[in-house]
Design a binder for this molecule. Structure first.
Ligand code: TNX
Length: 503
């Protein structure tokens, strides 16, 4: 279905009115405004169209500016008439206005370029619009992560959660515990090559994210998902607990079982735990959190807490209280997967990340509610809709299927405030995670992430009641992103649910 007057914008803006025709864009077109924003626009237009806009002072065809009088944080106004004006409420707002402008840039049948005439006023529904990249199961280098930042920030995501450690590898250099990256970073899941970020690498990622208005949230997964720590420092980690599920799943997949002190390359979960009653464990956590805090300008440090099946509940409770307190003492806000809500004494203000089903199972909803009761809030990552590592179809070559098969429509069709029985104000927003058991390259990551991340971007950004918040509208608008992704070399999955456009 073609909707002629539908502006091809994802996520849908608060208000957008299409004007008549296009404003031509040529090599003679000029742009003025703040240096960073101007340079980003010029480069993106050049990558897409080959046209290199000239940067001028004063009167320009495209005027970019920041004006504090525009009300909403991260908001912007945009008009394309005879000229273009993009006004951000702040620098982030200007950046998002530019992303919208780039979606209005279209190629004509004769190969000429123009900007669709439009008037847009926009601001986000949720201040938290996150993506997660698991760099532990498979490692992705700095350039790959930067590309991931570019493509997700273009959809107006503003947080990047990096899952920096898991059973299969430790991915960030820590000066006070150097064997982590010396001994526990060389391999990935399936025995694939590993890797790690030096502190400079990490700072480079943080700076690149900041230039795209994304806050990095580093995660060290504790007290479970810690087998790799024991490869480097055996005294910190208990012997693996081999539960029946792990044994049968490993046999089914033909994967080895974890062996204490040896690199683990399978996909099993729930077998590892740090030693809860050794003070040295807390020296370790304190040092790691301190070093992470020093190089992380964002306010959060994520301490994991998921699937600690090998940690007795009383020990888990004790650990959760101490680990979240250590983060607070380092001057940061702790974030944890929702299971940490099973512990009575998590630090006040800890943010929970809900990864259960949209119909909560077992004790998941209670655990999530505990964060709110302790003065914290929640990030919604419902696994049966927002997990980017689930397959699109049962036959899709990449991804897992334990939470659901998630086609684009299923990814689009959920409401983050309707999952848990907590006040709507306790929901900070959405995070959509990519776990990397099956993805070895950024290109494979992109096939799972795009287009479904665009569905989560719209859920997180667009007003719930906007007229364009329908599947029919979304799929038509989404299809128009194909030429943008092609220009940026994003290896999106051309799902047959979507009418992909050529230009
Ligand atoms: C569950 S979701 C996990 C991860 C796996 C993922 C695979 C969560 C907090 N833990 O350890 O990678 O499933 O989909």
């Amino acid at each position: 279905m073609v909707l002629p007057h539908l502006l091809p914008l994802v996520p849908a803006p608060v208000t957008a009115t299409a004007g008549e025709g296009r404003m031509p864009l040529t090599a003679a077109s000029s742009v003025s405004g703040p240096a960073a924003a101007t340079a980003q626009l010029i480069d993106a237009v050049a990558r897409r169209s080959g046209i290199r806009l000239s940067s001028v002072e004063g009167d320009a065809d495209i005027a970019l500016r920041v004006d504090g009088a525009v009300a909403n944080a991260e908001g912007y106004g945009l008009t394309v008439g005879e000229r273009v004006e993009v006004v951000g409420a702040d620098e982030a707002g200007l950046f998002y206005g530019i992303q919208t402008l780039l979606q209005l840039l279209r190629e004509d049948e004769d190969g000429s370029w123009g900007l669709l005439r439009a008037t847009v006023a926009d601001a986000p529904r949720f201040s938290r619009r996150g993506v997660m990249l698991d760099v532990a199961r498979h490692f992705f280098g700095v350039d790959g992560v930067k590309k991931f930042i570019d493509a997700t920030s273009a959809l107006k995501f503003n947080h990047l959660h990096l899952h920096l450690s898991d059973d299969q590898g430790w991915r960030i250099h820590i000066d006070s515990w150097p064997k982590l990256t010396e001994l526990a970073a060389t391999t990935s899941a399936n025995g694939d090559p590993g890797g790690f970020y030096s502190k400079d690498d990490y700072r480079e990622i943080v700076a690149h994210a900041a230039s795209r208005h994304m806050i990095v949230i580093p995660e060290i997964d504790l007290p479970g998902h810690t087998h790799a720590i024991g490869v480097a420092y055996p005294e910190l980690v208990e012997a693996p607990v081999l539960n029946d599920g792990l044994i049968s799943e490993s046999a089914r997949l033909g994967q080895p079982l974890p062996v204490a002190g040896e690199t683990y390359i399978g996909w099993g979960v729930g077998h590892s735990s740090v030693r809860i009653h050794e003070e040295r464990t807390y020296d370790f956590v304190r040092d790691v959190v301190r070093e992470l805090a020093e190089m992380t300008p964002g306010p959060y440090i994520h301490v994991g807490g998921d699937e600690s099946l090998g940690t007795p509940q009383a020990d888990f409770d004790l650990f959760a209280a101490r680990a979240t307190e250590i983060v607070v003492a380092a001057g940061k806000t702790p974030v944890a997967w929702h299971e940490m809500g099973s512990a009575a004494d998590i630090a006040e203000g800890t943010v929970g990340q809900y990864w259960g089903n949209t119909t909560p199972q077992g004790t998941h909803a209670e655990e999530a509610a505990q964060f709110v009761a302790r003065g914290g809030a929640l990030i919604m990552s419902a696994s049966n809709v927002a997990y980017l590592d689930m397959k699109y179809t049962p036959e899709f070559p990449l991804g897992l299927d334990w939470a659901a098969i998630i086609d684009v429509r299923a990814a689009y069709d959920w409401e983050p405030t309707a999952v848990l029985d907590v006040p709507a104000t306790a929901i900070l927003g959405v995070e959509t995670p990519l776990w990397s058991e099956t993805t070895r390259t950024i290109s494979e990551v992109e096939q799972l992430v795009f287009p479904r991340a665009a569905a989560q971007a719209e859920i997180a950004w667009s007003p719930q009641t906007a007229p364009e918040r329908t599947w029919d509208s979304f799929r038509a608008r989404l299809g128009a992103l194909a030429p943008l992704w092609k220009a940026e070399g994003v290896d999106f999955h051309p799902s047959p649910e979507i009418p992909w456009s050529a230009r």
